[in-house]
Design a protein. Sequence first.
Length: 507
Amino acid sequence: MSIRLKLLLSYAAMLIVPLLMMVITAALLIVVFRGDVRSLWQQYGQDGTLFENHTLERLEKELWRTAESNPAALADRAYLADIDQELQTGKSALVVHKQGEMVYASPALQNAALLQRPSWSEEASPSDRGANRPAHIEHEEPQRYGSQWLAIVHFAFTNADGTPGTLMIVTTVNPLVNFAREFFPILFIALAIILILTHSLLTYFVSRSIVTPLRELKQAMKRMKAGDLDVQVRIDSKDEIGELSLAFEQMRRELRQSMDTQAQYENNRKELISNISHDLRTPLTALRGYIDGLGDGIADTPQKRQKYMEIISAKAEEMEHLIDELFLYSKLDLKQLPFHFEQVELAAFLADWSEELAFELGKQGVDFTAELDLAPVNLSLDRDKIRRVFANMIDNALKYMNKPEKRLQLRAYAANDVVCIELEDNGLGIDAEALPHIFERFYRADPSRNSHTGGSGLGLAISKQIVEGHGGTIHAASVKGEWTRISIHLPLKPIKMVIPDETHFNC
């Protein structure tokens, strides 16, 4: 639920809940003080024509004029019945007293408490009772008579025979209004309490769903600022704060990965310097020894001097090859080496290369076979770099062949939109512990790092960079003492790659 929807629902609840609670409170008060809600509803919901105030005022004035000009008419029951009939349409009734005795009461008036009430002339002061004209009209506040709320308008008049009389117009009023007036303080206090509780609870729950997650994010940011990138923020809300926490967690993971990568790069840099120093020191030491031997006259015959010069040349070539490998790997690692892709028919390309390779390996006594189970298919390849990968794989296999019968097998086939190229030898094999690391730079399965097998330790690392530059993967499998297989998987789909400008890495 979004924060906007939460706020809208909370605002709606602040309006609806107090109203509902107010209705419930009023109903409870009615039950407590009146005993039943139905009597109030029945009185409030009676059908009838609306009796406007001006109609009641007109009848009051008519009766007033009749009492002044023709008081004898107030003794005529037919006249009183007509007036009473019109009053009944507005829930009103007529009562007439003469000398304290009731001479007319509306048939619709069934309120015993009212009928037993003394006439107004008996309640009035002596000066009012002795008046020869109608006294002032008195409007009583609505009062409860039995189960009814009645408003009474009454005035005194003098009958034709000079006796005092009293006329009352009794009107049934809405009990709900009087109930509200009577219990207004209780209802007001209840409404105030309901509003306070509703607003407090809604504010608490809404703020808890917003403020608490924000506090967690704030604490996580403080810990990250202090360098703790392992702190995790887990907020399960489905609103904008939940989305913010997910974005924050993603940022934290990426930052953590970036820091780990930076630390790895620093370790790799130190390791690279150490490995370069080690691999350069060996041929340099040999060069210095042979040069010193020439200078000291140890090579005192032309044959020895020629031998020394050949060794010096070989060591120089070894150093040059190592530097070239380092330079190539560095450019590949920094994504600064351009790939010149072209559409290559892979089966024909591998067939030509296999034919050349079989001839060269045959001179070294290696049994080479090729199984190319490929239909004609075009791939985006950089010919030179792929040839370099194959050359590195062949060189690596030849270095570790120690069996009298040396065998190399090349297989190529397509499976699931991928071309698989495998080169398998029957050499020394690789230890299971060393197998995951052979594509790391400067890694040798032989920890002694002697020069017996030669190599810079960068061949397979360079091969991995080139294959990944083609959008593929390279893997190794081996059984110690039996065989080693290097597998290359290249996608059949075109490669999309940004080729950097060669001017970016002028030396």
